[in-house]
Ligand binder design. Structure first.
Ligand SMILES: Nc1nc2c(ncn2[C@@H]2O[C@H](COP(=O)(O)OP(=O)(O)O)[C@@H](O)[C@H]2O)c(=O)[nH]1
Ligand SMILES: [Mg+2]
Length: 213
């Protein structure tokens, strides 16, 4: 990733050190909170590390429930960063154990949210750095391009890779999305386990949302 100015990194650290709280979980579109703060949303397959990434960003282990059980997050979960910014944990896709009807319901909820949310500044689409983009992810990318929602790819679990593999996956992923209209032309590489790439992602979020610390 391009070098980030140390002052910008520090400002982002200060922003994300603010008090983060769970706001609410929505199972229906009618339950969404008023769109009165800038929002960023995290999307991706079940188990890709959405909840862990939110926890890592705000430096709180237990905030977003991180679990080994795929598909436990069936709601759109809203986290408030001290009245400055909202972080939104979207329902995971690719959940094998869910019934077709259930899958549809989560997908529709996610899609309704993505389409109509005026305060949504950017979606972070998480991809497991070991596996790269899969067919099911391509569907999600298509949906985001169609909805014209600006999104950035975040590769997760970088700690599971050998040295050099992360950079290669980053380049390959960037190339794969380069022609997509709503894709941000940078791919982040992160580990919620050891914190690699987290300060840089905080800085990128600050820029994308225009939120000041
Ligand atoms: N090694 C490693 N494991 C991770 C990382 N992020 C998440 N995990 C693990 O992956 C599993 C799923 O994470 P979770 O955040 O619940 O995924 P979600 O379903 O997308 O919210 C959990 O066992 C996490 O501990 C990471 O950066 N590195
Ligand atoms: Mg989760």
């Amino acid at each position: 990733m391009s070098e980030v100015d140390p002052e910008h990194l520090e400002a982002a650290r200060v922003l994300f050190a603010r008090q983060a709280t769970f706001m609410l979980g929505c199972a229906k579109i009618e339950q969404l909170p008023e769109p009165d703060l800038p929002e960023i949303a995290f999307a991706g397959r079940s188990n890709v590390g959405k909840s862990s990434l939110i926890n890592a960003l705000v430096g709180m282990k237990g905030l977003a429930r991180a679990s080994n059980e795929p598909g436990r997050t069936r709601e759109v979960n809203f986290f408030d960063l001290d009245g400055k910014l909202r972080l939104v944990d979207l329902p995971g896709y690719g959940w094998a154990k869910a019934s077709k009807g259930e899958v549809k319901r989560f997908q529709n909820l996610g899609r309704d949210y993505l389409r109509g949310r005026v305060t949504l500044k950017r979606v972070y689409l998480l991809i497991d750095a070991r596996h790269g983009l899969k067919a099911v992810d391509t569907e999600a990318l298509d949906a985001l391009d169609l909805a014209a929602v600006s999104y950035q790819i975040v590769l997760t679990k970088a700690d599971k890779l050998k040295k050099g593999e992360g950079e290669r996956m980053r380049e390959a992923t960037l190339k794969a999305v380069s022609k997509r209209p709503a894709a941000f032309p940078e791919v982040a590489l992160t580990s919620s386990e050891d914190g690699d790439g987290i300060p840089e992602l905080r800085a990128a979020i600050m820029t994308a949302t225009g939120v000041e610390p």
